[in-house]
Design a protein around this ligand. Structure first.
Ligand code: DGL
Length: 271
């Protein structure tokens, strides 16, 4: 494998940018190729078969770009299509295990909430992963299906009435359970951190799955001696399966820096 190749990252849409934001901070010299399957989003309400097919196609596209490592920056694909990595010629890691490990470490009262898409919750992937680390921890899961379209539309402001209403609707039962740690198990959800923190209170620790995936990928790239050794100057290119028009401005807002790489539309069905 060529150390100078890019790191590939995919998600169904904007959510994986939470991993890219962290990767750029941690590894500013690495090139990143991002694929957002905006034409087929959301994944979280699809069947297991469809999610597996999409995860495979997304991975094949990134391989066709010559990446040295793949980060599945999508909670749903990580939870449902984890076996994709077995047939990949490059190392591949997802969000579930590192995020579960961070949550298990953070909880003091042994009660962890998981908020994620319907498919992720149905897979119980986070619950199983936390309980593998500590069987005594209680894990309470909650699907929040409307959070993904809200993030895709840029509807994330903590003062927005729609945001406040949906956060309360999804999280009120979870709040009553007394969890002290909440896994933001879909990579879109960290973009709603302010509103979720306002509602849950500052004593509840929020675990950002995109960030944890990036931290873990960095440690794996180091272990496998796959880092290119550059300290700065990495590029980030974006490929989408739908219109690129509305992507730029919102992506810059979500990543927190200017995007000067390429933003291109591709036909994912070819892969
Ligand atoms: N960011 C994806 C996840 O982490 C969103 C899934 C979806 O498209 O519903 O689960």
């Amino acid at each position: 494998m060529d150390k100078n190749s890019a790191i590939g990252v995919f998600d169904s849409g904007f959510g994986g940018l939470t991993a890219v934001r962290e990767l750029i901070k941690l590894l500013p010299g690495e090139d990143i190729i991002y694929f957002g399957d905006t034409g087929r989003l959301p994944y979280g309400s699809k069947s297991r078969e469809t999610i597996k097919k999409y995860a495979l196609q997304d991975s094949r596209f990134l391989l066709s770009m010559g990446v040295k490592y793949i980060i599945v920056a999508c909670g749903t694909a990580s939870a449902v299509a984890a076996d994709t990595k077995e047939i990949m010629p490059v190392p591949m890691t997802g969000v579930v295990e590192p995020t579960a490990a961070a949550a298990a470490k953070a909880t003091k009262n042994g009660k962890i909430g998981v908020i994620a898409t319907a498919a992720t919750v149905a897979s119980h992937a986070y619950l199983k992963s936390v309980n593998e680390i500590s069987a005594s921890v209680q894990v309470i899961e909650q699907a929040c299906p409307l959070f993904v379209p809200m993030v895709e539309e840029g509807c994330v402001d903590r003062g927005d009435i729609v945001v406040k209403t949906m956060v309360e609707r999804y999280l009120s039962a979870l709040k009553r359970t007394g969890v002290d740690t909440v896994i933001l198990g879909c990579t879109h959800y960290p973009l709603l951190t302010d509103a979720i923190r306002d509602y849950m209170g500052k004593n509840v620790t929020l675990i950002n799955s995109g960030e944890q995936a990036a931290i873990y990928a960095k440690s794996e790239l180091e272990r496998l001696e796959l880092l290119n050794g550059k300290k700065s100057g990495g590029s980030t290119d974006f490929y989408l399966s739908d219109d690129t028009e509305k992507f730029g401005a919102l992506a810059e807002y979500y990543i927190g820096c200017h995007i000067d790489g390429r933003v291109e539309r591709i036909d994912i069905e070819k892969y």
